[in-house]
Design a protein around this ligand. Sequence first.
Ligand code: SDX
Length: 376
Amino acid sequence: MAEQGGLIKGLEGVVAAATALCDLDGAGGRLAYRGYDIADLARQATYEEVAYLLWRGELPTRAQLDGFGAELVAARPLPDALLSAFRLLPKKADPMRALQMAAAVLGTFDPDATDNSQEANLRKALRLTSQLATAVCSHHRIRLDKEPVPPSKDLGHAANFLFMLTGERPSAVNVRAFDASLILYAEHEMNASTFTTRVIASTLSDMHSAVVGGIGAIKGPLHGGAGEAVMLTLKEIGKVENVDAFVEKAFAEKRRLMGFGHRVYRAGDPRAAILRGLAEDACRQSGQQMWFEMAVKLFERVNRAKGLIPNVDFYSAPLWYSIGIPVDLFTPVIVAGRIAGWTAHLLEQYQDNRLIRPRGQYTGPGRRQFVPLEKR
Ligand code: SDX
């Protein structure tokens, strides 16, 4: 057994698994999925191509992509029981709790639910990727007392998501921006939620159970919940002229500024740089430049004063807001992107599994005699 090392808070810098999915260069601020640079994938691929790449190791040919896309379309509809379950929830239920419930309920209907074989897990990864997108949109429509929009049979993954959310066919500009943002969120090595899914899979529990855990982990504001928090911060600031005063006050209160900082990236998050361009275009297209201008001024003030870098969530917030994604659906959208990475990691974990079980460093009292109740 390996010599027990000292305590490393937050497992910072600890290598927990070998993975062929994501090459994350924190010092250099570079990111690649299976060797392809994230900028190339975001600009030239679709989310479907990236999911295929993550699960199968190669970009699909045209014939492979056509077949894969048809499988994703066929997997979009939800069991009626899940729609009924959404209708039983309080209208104000957190969409992330509804999504956790959805992943669990989908596990009760999935014919491969307890089969951890590679073939079954590939089928489940595909189904979950389609179904969770439909679940986010269906729950949203039901909480607004509207009928869910049936998934389209002819739109791509990103376009279908926007269609199911609004009931309207989205613009090509919005589809491109949304597709690129799903790709940018698809995978990110051993982040907290991915690690959570791998820990659950390492006990030989099943993919749906692991995804339920991943949704719980990504919900937190230090992780996927930051995107929503960034938009709430921009709304709190209200207008570009208020940025300076806001920053002064935030620094005085030692406030943690959402969308800034990263455990691994020190020079910069390459995804933020790409999302900055997408956000600028989307905010301009929709006549909401103020959100982008506010974000840029906030970044400049905070970066100049504290050297903090913007992370992936900083510019996705004004981008998604300007294309009409409700703020409390930002984190569910991140799940709709990250499901491809989580399931790709689960395929790796099941193929070369060892129970993930670190140690704790004991800091409690020394051994002592039991005291019977009547003597306490
Ligand atoms: C994601 O891991 C991943 O890959 C995650 C992710 C992915 O794709 O899966 O990239 C997605 O989660 C992005 C991060 C989203 N979270 C936020 O935006 C929340 C705000 N950010 C911070 O809470 C923080 O930067 C973390 C949690 C992201 C990283 O924190 P670390 O590595 O634990 O760093 P730290 O908290 O120890 O901070 C180091 C110093 C501290 O100063 P001191 O107390 O030592 O003087 O930097 C300061 C912090 O106070 N600091 C911040 C800050 N982030 C760090 N100060 C103010 N605001 C911030 N956002």
